[in-house]
Design a protein around this ligand. Structure first.
Ligand code: GTP
Ligand code: SPV
Ligand code: MN
Length: 587
């Protein structure tokens, strides 16, 4: 591979001097090279080769037991000024942080090989593609990046002699949880990650680049980088309408993006197409609409709960060329298993830690945040527009979280500014996708709390400003699939049946269905949610659509407390929207 990019060569050289690897290996993207790396990893145990007849091209990886999720408390935005990181990010002075990190990286690759991965977020050569180089000492990272992004020689060619790229340095180092850091220097286009080997901490193209660094770039360049799925709903007339949806981690993006329509919708000719399941880059198109591309090339999806019934498409996407992380190994036939994949757990198995396990002690076999890394093209419903460099035009933006009470099944904002408010007040129960307590309601504005690379107040203002310059704005909605009854059971069937809600949402975007105005926004008439073929009565739909004033009054208090963190960076419009809500609630 011929590299004529002097700055790139100099930087790799500098990082090698710092980390002192035995060898420097440039990743060219060829299957031969990837296979030779897999062979090395089988030898060291970093990867385990699964049954190649049942799961061709598939491997298993186990991360360290203390290293199974993103670490938000160890993730930093090191902008030059503290106020540019804002109250929702950890911050340290960049020079201090560089000094600290350089000490940790000093000689950390001794006795190891260094891999240099040229990668592209977006179709290589497309006007919206952005490039990165990730240096790593992990073969798991190399083979994962080769699925999640476009890697290799074509990126080097696209970079030419002086193309811009995001600098990413990763080392597993000692996997020391006390010295684990995931650090972003937005003004230097640099990401540094050390002492982790897990997903979102180390696949630097994903959350670090495509969300944290890209959101900072979008702020400067008038576009948006969002934690959103992108899907197309094809109606019986063959027209495809596109939706973006932002839900917090492990709250249903992959499942919605690949949903299988209920029978009655299938019969009528409805289809759902997946463009992306985690990240959307949104820009204003020449026609004045908002257009979305998925900068990724694969899915890093939550494994537990994925089965032929809940998400056949995701399961099918993992049938070949997939990396499974922290799932159960069935020793009888070298296949994988996770909770709810099938009714019965394998009897002769190893759990995610690699211990003998048969499920009889009640412990979980797969880690709750165990994941599959699968090529996007494996997905049976991947959109024909997946590789379209212009992306797809968005009709609706949907926010949503995991709320046992309070948030109704669906409501629509009155206008763009109200929609930005609705996104900003999102609350959701925490999940296993990040370390820390699970099931605690926290504010997660636009599902970007862990991913916004700058001050959240400036981010909301940027959203408001985008509203002023998008001539044909998408309509903004909020959904909640997770309302529970008094027994704690989900009331709404969810999964494929979520199409029934999408149908109402898209109907609203094209003036095809009515709504009633409530305290919080527009809501469906209960009879306008199609329940054909569903064992659910209108009373239950009414309950799902109810707005409990007392709960919403308590919600307002939570919002006020949250907003107080932002001081004078809170856009005045957000306070204005809050005052309208209070007035509507009679507060
Ligand atoms: P990240 O990859 O972490 O960003 O998550 P994600 O938003 O893609 O989450 P995913 O679709 O993988 O969903 C995670 C969990 O939510 C799984 O346990 C699913 O079973 C569950 N889930 C998804 N959709 C629904 C739904 O409509 N109803 C219910 N009750 N659960 C759902
Ligand atoms: C998330 O946590 O939102 C994920 C998984 O999509 S990770 O890539 O680990 O961040
Ligand atoms: Mn995510």
């Amino acid at each position: 591979m011929k590299i004529n990019h002097k700055e790139l060569l100099a930087w790799v050289d500098e990082m090698a001097k710092l980390t002192q690897p035995d060898n420097i290996i440039w990743i060219d993207g060829s299957e031969e090279q990837l296979e030779s790396l897999r062979q090395i990893a089988y030898g060291t145990g970093e990867l385990y080769k699964l049954n190649q007849e049942k799961l061709p091209g598939c491997v298993l990886h186990r991360s360290a037991v203390n290293d199974v999720a993103r670490v938000e408390d160890r993730t930093f935005i090191c902008s030059r000024k503290e106020e540019d990181a804002g109250p929702t990010n950890n911050w340290m002075d960049p020079q201090e942080m560089y000094a600290k990190l350089y000490k940790l990286y000093d000689g950390c690759m001794k006795g190891r090989d260094m891999y240099v991965i040229p990668y592209s977020m977006g179709v290589v050569g497309s006007p919206f593609a952005k490039y990165g180089i990730e240096i790593t000492d992990s073969i798991y990272v190399v083979v994962s990046m080769a699925i999640m992004t476009r890697v290799g020689e074509k990126v080097i060619e696209a970079l030419g002699e002086n193309g811009e790229f995001i600098h990413g340095l990763h080392s597993k180092a000692q996997l020391d949880a006390e010295e684990r850091y995931i650090v972003h220097f937005p003004e230097d286009n640099t990401i540094m990650s050390i002492n982790s080997g897990y997903g979102g901490n180390v696949l630097l193209g994903k959350k670090c680049f495509a969300l944290r660094i890209a959101s900072h770039l979008g702020h400067k360049e008038n576009w948006l980088a969002e934690h959103m799925l992108i899907l197309g709903v094809e109606n019986p007339q063959g027209e495809v309408r596109y939706v973006c949806a932002a839900f917090p981690s492990a709250c249903g993006k992959t499942n919605l993006a690949m949903l299988i329509p209920p029978e009655i919708y299938k019969e009528k000719g409805y289809k759902v197409w997946c463009v992306g399941d985690d990240i959307a880059w949104l820009r204003i198109g020449p026609d004045g609409r908002l257009w979305a591309v998925n900068p990724e090339n694969g899915f890093f999806g939550v494994a537990p709960g994925t089965n032929a019934k809940s998400n056949y498409n995701a399961l099918a996407a993992t049938s070949k060329n997939t990396i499974f992380t922290n799932v159960v190994l069935n020793k009888d036939d070298d296949t994988v298993w996770w909770e709810k994949m099938t009714d019965d757990a394998p009897k002769n198995a190893l759990n995610w830690k690699g211990e003998e396990w048969d499920g009889s002690d009640g412990s979980k076999g797969a880690h709750p945040n165990s994941r599959f890394t699968a090529p996007a093209t494996n997905c049976p419903c991947i959109s024909p527009e997946f590789e379209n460099p212009q992306g797809v035009p968005i009709s609706a933006i949907v926010f949503g979280g995991r709320r046992a009470k309070t948030a109704p099944l669906v409501y629509q904002s009155r206008d763009w500014a109200h929609g930005v408010f609705v996104g900003s007040i999102m609350g959701s129960e925490t999940t296993a996708a990040a370390t820390g307590a699970v099931g605690v309601v926290r504010r997660d504005p636009m599902a970007m709390l862990p991913f916004c690379g700058y001050h959240m107040g400036d981010y909301w203002q940027h959203w408001l400003n985008m509203g002023d310059i998008i001539p044909n704005k998408p309509k903004i909605f909020n959904v909640n699939w997770f309302r529970t009854d008094d027994n704690g059971d989900f009331i709404w069937p969810g999964f494929g049946d979520n199409l029934r809600v999408l149908e109402w949402i898209l109907g609203r975007c094209f003036d095809e269905v009515d709504a009633v105005e409530t305290e919080i926004g527009f809501m469906p008439k209960p009879e306008d949610i199609n329940t054909e073929g569903l064992d659910i009565d209108v009373e239950t739909i009414k309950e799902l659509l109810s707005v409990d004033r007392d709960l919403w009054k308590a919600e307002v208090e939570g919002i006020e407390e949250f907003y107080a963190k932002f001081g004078d960076k809170l856009p005045a419009e957000m306070n204005h929207q809050l005052s309208i809500l209070k007035e509507n609630l009679g507060m």
